[in-house]
Design a protein around this ligand. Structure first.
Ligand code: ZN
Length: 394
């Protein structure tokens, strides 16, 4: 712990306030900064110098200035620090090194079963992280944080998975505490759908404040961004729409013990089951995707109906949240337009006109990178926050 003298603490907090303006990466002149903050030009000049000395901001070439004048605009220095991002799936893990704007500098994906338990999985994750930091030419001292996404519910305040159905041995495991024994930086953990929402926004909708990301795969879930903030709810399960009942499925049992859940009707395995009942051989979601790509009409109709079922639940979400974007991702989104057409059919017909007037229902643009980019954004958001400024500056 560094103890700051009153003067330097005051100067540091002034620099931090200016940094909070510049962290969005938009270049600004000293005059613009003075106008926005209401501070004297001389104060702004001193704080810009301080942030430059820390390496956190850099001069940006000013197109309008010429004649050899020094650069007059400043913005976040994206390579001041790096973050690590990890997307742990059921059967694979992707780890990436990113700069402070979320650009991937180095990445690797390897097969890895989350069911092996936390210690084997996190050991391999830390090894991979150290290796790709070296690949990116950065050392551990430049690391500002780690974001990790896992395929199950997470208590956000502690980073601990809570009763995750497909992660045996992970219940209440202290993921941040374990990782910090090896890499002494802030570690943030969230569920995969939440980080996919963050990744989707970063890639395709950076100025959108109201966005829902819907993952359709073996399960169905949503990540909700409202008012510019990811909404986790009281227990971290906001957006868990997979077990909302759909009217047409009242006799279909779900693994949760209820009947008629969206997940029991419209997930990859559920569509495959419905096709088998019609005599069409399909074992899982991948078979469904293959059949649709071959033009199998039964499969196309089943996927379209799954889209309508998802649309039925999303219609209620639209009434509640009034998003301007709904992005569909997850492995079943690879099925193409048929799923999204079913969603649009119901949401646009059943929602109030004002709620859908500017509502885009689109395939995920970040696609298979949504989760790892979102995990990075989680770490970046923390690293650039006022609370973390002194460790960033140090
Ligand atoms: Zn259920």
């Amino acid at each position: 712990m560094v103890t700051l003298s009153p003067e330097s603490a005051a100067a540091g907090s002034g620099a931090m306030e200016l940094f909070q303006l510049l962290r969005d990466g938009t270049p600004r002149t000293r005059a613009q900064l003075a106008k926005t903050t209401g501070l004297a030009r001389s104060t702004i000049a001193a704080r810009v110098e301080e942030l430059m000395r820390m390496g956190l901001i850099m001069p940006v070439a000013d197109a309008a200035s010429s004649g050899g004048r020094p650069p007059s605009q400043f913005a976040l220095n994206p390579s001041a620090r790096v973050v690590l991002a990890a997307d742990i799936g059921a059967s694979h893990a992707t780890v990436a090194v990113m700069d402070l704007t979320g650009t991937i500098l180095s990445t690797r994906t390897e097969p890895l079963s989350v069911a092996e338990g936390p210690v084997p999985v996190l050991t391999r994750l830390v090894d991979a992280a150290v290796a790709i930091l070296a690949d990116a030419g950065r050392d551990i001292r430049s690391l500002a944080g780690i974001g990790i996404g896992v395929p199950g519910p997470v208590e956000h305040s502690t980073g601990q998975p809570v009763n995750p159905p497909i992660m045996p041995g992970w219940d209440r495991f202290d993921v941040p505490g374990w990782v910090q024994q090896h890499l002494q930086v802030p570690v943030l953990v969230d569920n995969d759908v939440n980080i996919m929402a963050l990744g989707e926004r970063a890639v395709a909708w950076p100025t959108t404040a109201h966005l829902m990301f819907v993952k359709v795969a073996t399960g169905i879930g949503a990540g909700v961004i409202s008012g510019g903030e990811l909404q986790r709810g009281a227990q971290g399960v906001a957006g868990d729409i997979g077990h909302v009942q759909v009217a047409r499925g009242s006799d279909v049992p779900c693994h949760c013990g209820n009947r008629g859940c969206l997940e029991a009707l419209a997930s990859g395995p559920a569509i495959a089951r419905a096709l088998r009942q019609q005599g069409v051989p399909a074992e899982d979601g991948n078979d469904v995707i293959a059949l649709v790509k071959l033009g199998n009409l039964d499969a196309i109709q089943a996927v379209r109906q799954a889209g309508r079922d998802i649309g039925e639940v999303l219609t209620a979400c639209v009434s509640l949240m009034n998003p301007s974007v709904i992005a569909l991702g997850g492995s079943m989104a690879r099925v193409g337009e048929h799923l999204i057409a079913g969603v649009r059919e119901v949401v646009y017909t059943r929602s109030m006109p004002l709620a859908t007037e500017h509502l885009a229902i689109v395939p995920s643009a970040a696609a298979e990178n949504a989760a790892v980019i979102g995990a990075g954004m989680l770490a970046i958001e923390h690293a650039l926050s006022p609370d973390a400024f002194h460790s960033l500056a140090g």
